[in-house]
Ligand binder design. Structure first.
Ligand code: NAD
Length: 381
C-alpha cells in the first residue's frame, strides 16, 4: 500500500505524521511512502531528508491525496481534505468522533475507513500506539519549560557569592500522563514540587519522582472523584470544598502552578479560582493545560497568555506538542508506524483491517460504509 502524509493545514500546526525514520520502518512492512512537499518543514524534516529515506515527494495536496491508499495526518481533516477523501481510502489521524460527527458520517458514506488516534484503547498492548499519551507527555514537559520562560527566577535554590536564591515552588494539579511529565521536569530542574490528584493511587508515583503529594484533611479517603478505570469523575461538593481550601492555603506560597485536571467527556473542573490568582505573588505563573476543555483556572483565556493586574502570568496555549514539533512528530509518527505494523501482520504491504482485534476495532470509527463509533468495550486489559 502507499502511505501518504500531507502538510498540515490547521493554522500554526507544525507537526507531521510521517518522519524520514518512520518512513524507513513503514517500508520494512512492505509499504511505499509519499509526502507532500514541505510537509515536514516546520518539524525540521526537509524534502531531501524524505527523499533520502526513499519517500516520494509530490508537489500538491491534490497529488498526495490522489496517490495515497492510506493518508496519515495529525489534525482532524478540514472540509477541503474531507472532499479529497475517497472510497476505499483509509485515513489515520486525530478525529474527535463526537465533535466531528458530521465528518465521521460523511467519511462512512463515502466508503472510506477512518482510524481515530485518540480512540486507541488504553490497554497495555496498545501503549506503543497511544498518541494521547505521547502528546500529553510532551505537553507536561513543555508546560514547565513555558512556565520557566515566563518566570523571573531559577527553579533550583542556589547559594552564590552574589546571594542566596530560594528554590521555586511548583504545584502540579492532576497527576495523569501530562501531570507526571510536568512533575518529572519540575523536580529535575530543582524546584520544590507538590502534586495533587483525586486518585490517591498516584501518590506513590508522585513521591518516587521526588515531589510531595498533597493530602487533604477530608474525612473520607482521598478518592472522591476517582472513578474506576483510572480516570476521574466529578467530585462531591464537600470534597471539592476541601480541595479548594487546600489550594487557597497553597496559592500565596507557590510560584508556578501547572494544571492538568480533566474528566472524560466533560468540561475541565474549575479548581483555581479568581481569589486564588489574586492571592498569588507578582511574577508567579500558571500554565493551564486544560485550557482547550474550558480551563482549570477561572481566568485562563484559551490560546492566550495574559498577565493579571497583580502580576500573575496565565498561559492557556493549546498547542504545546506543536511547540516541540520535531519531538512530537517523531513520537506521533512512531505511534502510527506501530499501528501500521498491527495492520500489516505479514509485513507484505497488505492491510488486514481486523475488526476482531480490540485495538484496531476500538480506534476505527468508519469502515465498510458504516459508522463504527462508539466501539464495544475492549475484552482485555
Ligand atoms: P486525564 O488527562 O483524563 O486527566 C488528568 C488527571 O487529572 C488525571 O490523573 C485525573 O485523575 C486528574 N483529575 C481529574 N479531576 C481532578 C480534580 N478535581 N483534582 C485533581 N486532579 C483531577 O488523565 P490521563 O493522563 O489521560 O490518564 C488517565 C488514566 O489513564 C491514568 O490512570 C493513567 O495511568 C491511565 N493510562 C493508562 C494507559 C495504558 O495504556 N494502560 C495509558 C495512558 C494512561
Amino acid at each position: 500500500m502507499k502511505i501518504g502524509t500531507p502538510k498540515e493545514i490547521f493554522e500554526g500546526e507544525a507537526r507531521v505524521a510521517m518522519t524520514p525514520d518512520s518512513a524507513l520502518q513503514l517500508q520494512k512492512l512492505g509499504h511505499t511512502c509519499v509526502v507532500e512537499s514541505g510537509a515536514g518543514h516546520s518539524a525540521g524534516f526537509s524534502d531531501a531528508d524524505y527523499e533520502a529515506a526513499g519517500v516520494e515527494v509530490v508537489k500538491t495536496p491534490a497529488a498526495l491525496w490522489k496517490a495515497a491508499d492510506i493518508v496519515a495526518k495529525v489534525r482532524v481533516p478540514s472540509d477541503a481534505e474531507m472532499k479529497r477523501l475517497r472510497e476505499g481510502q483509509t485515513l489515520i489521524s486525530f478525529f474527535s468522533p463526537v465533535a466531528d460527527e458530521d465528518k465521521m458520517k460523511a467519511a462512512a458514506d463515502k466508503g472510506a475507513t477512518v482510524i481515530a488516534m485518540e480512540m486507541i484503547p488504553r490497554i497495555s498492548r496498545a501503549q506503543k500506539m497511544d498518541a494521547l499519551s505521547s502528546m500529553a507527555n510532551i505537553a507536561g514537559y513543555r508546560a514547565v519549560i513555558e512556565a520557566g520562560n515566563n518566570f523571573g527566577r531559577f527553579f533550583t535554590g542556589q547559594i552564590t557569592a552574589a546571594g542566596k536564591v530560594p528554590p521555586a515552588k511548583v504545584l502540579v494539579v492532576g497527576a495523569g500522563v501530562a501531570g507526571l511529565a510536568a512533575i518529572g521536569t519540575s523536580t529535575s530542574l530543582g524546584a520544590i514540587t507538590y502534586a495533587f490528584d483525586v486518585r490517591p493511587e498516584v501518590a506513590e508515583q508522585v513521591q518516587s519522582m521526588g515531589a510531595e503529594f498533597v493530602f487533604l484533611d477530608f474525612e473520607e479517603e482521598q478518592q472522591d472523584g476517582a472513578a474506576t478505570g483510572g480516570y476521574a469523575s466529578v467530585s462531591s461538593p464537600e470534597f471539592r470544598e476541601a480541595q479548594l481550601a487546600k489550594f487557597r492555603e497553597l496559592a500565596p506560597e507557590v510560584d508556578i502552578v501547572i494544571t492538568t485536571a480533566l474528566i472524560p467527556n466533560r468540561e475541565a473542573p474549575e479548581l483555581w479560582t479568581e481569589d486564588m490568582v489574586k492571592s498569588m505573588k507578582a511574577g508567579s505563573v500558571i500554565v493551564d493545560l486544560a485550557a482547550e476543555k474550558g480551563g482549570n483556572c477561572k481566568l485562563t483565556v484559551m490560546g492566550e497568555k495574559i498577565v493579571t493586574d497583580n502580576g500573575v502570568t496565565i498561559i492557556g496555549y493549546t498547542d504545546f506538542p506543536s511547540r516541540m514539533a520535531t519531538q512530537a512528530s517523531s513520537l506521533y509518527a512512531t505511534n502510527i508506524r506501530h499501528l501500521m505494523s498491527d495492520l500489516t501482520p505479514e509485513k507484505d504491504g497488505v492491510i488486514n483491517h481486523n475488526m476482531e482485534d480490540d485495538v484496531i476495532r476500538g480506534a476505527t470509527i468508519a469502515h465498510a460504509k458504516e459508522v463504527t463509533f462508539p466501539p464495544p468495550a475492549p475484552k482485555v486489559a
